[in-house]
Design a protein around this ligand. Structure first.
Ligand code: GLN
Ligand code: ZN
Length: 757
């Protein structure tokens, strides 16, 4: 008999109950016990949803972040909060979110740094290590979740982050090395495992997704040390890898002294046979066959075709599961009553994915006949998607077939373009601009909501947005900015706005996925060939340009960013979907140019987010991603200026790719690094223009004129002054006009001073 299990379930709740409970608690509107009650209800619902499984994950529930939970379990808190008084829960949120001085009666506490969880859009709180770092076991949270589940009669499998992955996620704050802590960490893991065994856990799931990355010898050695130590403990360990193949780590993963191994059979189906061959005969093999990273229905019959012979061979050693925790998909498809009927047939969210695992288990253990009807329905849905003309659009295919590298080629090299552009635009030195959005005021949001609810007519909505655009333009003129933007009042979100206007995209109502803490995103679903039925931004930009003599930037989101912030097709490579997006954006660029727009900005905020886990695969990704950007941008004439914007602060390892994008102007986030970020552009002799952000838009602080001047002088040490622009770090939509006006006043004054110098 094969066993079925799960690696983790979303904890935000089908209606984001946890988000609202957290935010209420943080605002002081509710007590800790109210928050814990909501959390308890969500866990109970999740147990119910997973009740068909042989083993359920516990400890996967978190009030904020599973890495922060592990840090607390290990008593591993930053010095700055360890000494604070107050409840454990408050300390937990202090590390997560920081606290201002009046709140904690101390000097204020800054939040832990956040970073991406492997290649997902989930962000965790980075554990900090120093020479002083010591661990103390604090297993209560995990033990409580375990006993709660067991009291419900559930065969519970605690989930923990493995010691090697935990250290790998740590960031050193001095000259110490995280790996040096392994020796002091392992005794705590041993104790924890023993306590879990005492509390009734037969199996413990130990997540080691570092196995999907290229590991230095010291880290591979750490895996040996860790598991040869932990094998002395009672619970059976399920060593769990996901997000990619094991590759060069395969042999080691098979041989580590644990009771079972979980592999990601969605991302690395080619490894299943090898692992099955390599794995010692006493070990369990858990296969992640249901995609935990995407929202498509699993083709169950096809999976069974290859799974059945394996089940024969492995018998009770075979476990079946989703590929990874279901944290990365929305909770329940059944909530999507308004979703297009065809599309709904093709999808599975977390709850439906559990059903799929249950079905696969029954088909394996009782034979396909036992679930014949469900399998037939699944087959019908899979076939419908394959054949649907909603998915396949011959015209798009044809356009893609004709797209060659010439499409990505500008007419002339940058120096010639720069001359043509300067003749046309006639901008001063140190030209000033902003990144696109101006404050999304309550007024704007109300209008959009009323429009959505059909309380406001399309023409009334358009009028409201036009008056917001006019307001933003008048403000910018008063400020004396050189290149204006329309302010993006009409856009809810930089990806959704375009997705809604492109064919091949769909939107859910409740398809929320946790991004960090209480923050969720609702990624659009790219389901079919992408085409642009009509211009998406031209009317707005044309209107904006008509109000002013200053140059108006056309504002678009780039193909790579749209791709990386969406759920995408699994029936063709990502690069293919991206190319379709590139062609659609290219049409928009050309329409803007034809409408007389002289500067077009194509944001690629999420270019980095698509980087594969293994460095050896970066180049291939960057090649097609950059090519797609170039296709979208480079159809324009020499005297049309292309801008791009990227708001992350790490260019060292991708500077080649950035240069190959060949945007005439790139604006980047730099203010927090004191312009040191420009060093790499300097070393690389980056040839085009750069707007290094001069102030952090995430902070309400207003920069002074002197600060801006001194930052720009720092910048000019690295980049020739005639190629520098002056602008904020990112869009201003989360700020208020009262903050924006003085900040930009100082910025413009600084630019004038620089010109005069
Ligand atoms: N143009 C967008 C804005 O200003 C860019 C946002 C981003 O880079 N995340 O809002
Ligand atoms: Zn940005």
């Amino acid at each position: 008999m094969a066993r079925i299990h799960n690696l983790g379930f979303p904890r935000i709740g089908a209606r984001r109950e946890l988000k609202f409970a957290l935010e209420g608690y943080w605002k002081g509107l509710s007590e800790e016990r109210d928050l814990q009650a909501v959390a308890g209800q969500i866990r109970q619902t999740n147990r119910l949803i997973q009740s068909g499984l042989d083993l359920q994950p516990v400890g996967d529930f978190s009030l904020y972040d599973q890495v922060l939970d592990m840090s607390f379990t290990l008593g591993h808190l930053p010095e700055r909060v360890a000494s604070l008084e107050g409840s454990e829960l408050d300390n937990y949120f202090r590390v997560a979110r920081g606290r201002s001085a009046p709140d904690c009666g101390c000097g204020g506490v800054h939040a832990g740094e956040m970073t991406k969880w492997f290649d997902t859009n989930y962000h965790f709180i980075v554990p900090e290590v120093t020479r002083e770092t010591r661990f103390t076991l604090n297993p209560n949270r995990l033990l409580a979740q375990l006993s709660e589940a067991r009291a419900d009669g559930i065969n519970a499998k605690p989930v923990i982050i493995g010691p090697v992955t935990y250290l790998w996620l740590c960031k050193e704050k001095d000259d110490s090395k995280p790996l040096d802590l392994l020796e002091s960490l392992l005794p705590l893991y041993s104790q924890l495992l023993e306590q879990l065994a005492d509390a009734g856990a037969e199996w413990v799931q130990v997540d080691e997704p570092v196995l999907s990355t290229e590991l230095e010898p010291a880290w591979k050695q750490a895996l040996e040390t860790a598991y040869h130590t932990l094998k002395a403990n009672r619970p059976k360990l399920l060593l769990t890898n996901y997000f990619g193949g094991l590759r060069e780590n395969l042999q080691q993963a098979c041989n580590l002294p644990v009771a079972g191994l979980h592999i990601d059979a969605v991302r690395a189906p080619e490894e299943v046979a090898r692992v099955a061959d390599w794995l010692p005969a006493h070990k369990v093999l858990s296969l992640g066959v249901v995609d935990g990273r995407n929202i498509w229905k699993t083709d169950l019959n096809t999976v069974l075709d290859w799974l059945e012979p394996l089940a024969q061979r492995l018998s009770e050693r075979l476990w079946i599961a989703p590929s990874c925790s279901l944290l990365h998909v929305p909770v329940d498809l059944d909530s999507e009553e308004n979703l297009d009927h065809d599309l709904r047939q093709w999808l599975a969210f977390a709850q439906q994915k559990i059903d799929e695992v249950v079905l696969l288990g029954r088909a394996i253990n009782e034979g396909r006949n036992a679930v014949a009807e469900a399998l037939a329905n699944n087959q019908k849905a899979i076939a419908a998607r394959k054949q649907s003309n909603r998915v396949h659009n011959p015209a798009v295919r044809e356009a893609i077939a004709c797209a060659d590298t010439a499409l990505g080629q500008r007419q002339s090299p940058y120096p010639d373009r720069a001359r043509a552009q300067s003749a046309r635009l006639n901008l001063p030195d140190f030209p000033t601009t902003t990144i696109g959005s101006f404050p999304q005021t309550p007024n704007i949001r109300q209008a959009r909501q009323a429009f959505r609810k059909q309380e406001l007519s399309a023409s009334a909505y358009e009028q409201r947005m036009k008056s917001e655009i006019e307001y933003a333009i008048r403000e910018q003129e008063k400020l004396g900015l050189d290149v204006l933007v329309h302010g993006e009042a009409e856009r809810n979100d930089m990806v959704e706005y375009f997705g809604e206007q492109l064919d091949g995209f769909a939107f859910t109502r409740f398809g929320w996925v946790q991004s960090y803490g209480s923050r969720c995103v609702k990624p659009p679903i790219l389901f079919g060939d992408i085409s642009r039925p009509k211009a998406m931004t031209v009317n707005w930009i044309r209107y904006a340009q008509s109000l002013t003599d200053k140059p108006m930037k056309g504002m678009l989101t780039g193909p790579v960013t749209i791709l990386n912030w969406s759920f995408v097709r699994d029936d063709q490579p990502r690069s293919e979907s991206c190319k379709q997006l590139a062609l659609a954006i290219r049409q928009e660029v050309l329409d803007l140019e034809a409408a007389g727009v002289s500067i077009i900005q194509i944001d690629e905020a999420a270019l980095r987010e698509g980087l594969p886990l293994r460095r050896s695969e970066w180049q291939a990704y960057l090649d097609w991603a950059v090519e797609c950007f170039r296709i979208s941008a480079n159809g324009v004439k020499d005297d049309t200026q292309i801008h791009t914007h990227m708001c992350y602060s790490e260019f060292n390892d991708i500077i080649n790719a950035i240069a190959r994008m060949d945007a005439d102007v790139i604006t980047i986030e730099t203010s927090r690094s004191d312009m040191e970020l420009l060093d790499v552009f300097d070393r690389f002799d980056y040839p085009n223009e750069i707007g290094p952000g001069v102030y952090d838009i995430h902070s309400p602080n207003i920069p002074s004129e002197e600060q801006v001047v001194s930052l720009m002088k720092e910048a000019a040490k690295r980049i020739p002054a005639e190629r520098l622009w002056v602008n904020p770090d990112c869009g201003l939509k989360t700020r208020q006009w009262e903050e924006v006006v003085p900040a930009l006043t100082h910025m413009v004054a600084a630019a004038r001073k620089l010109r005069a110098a």
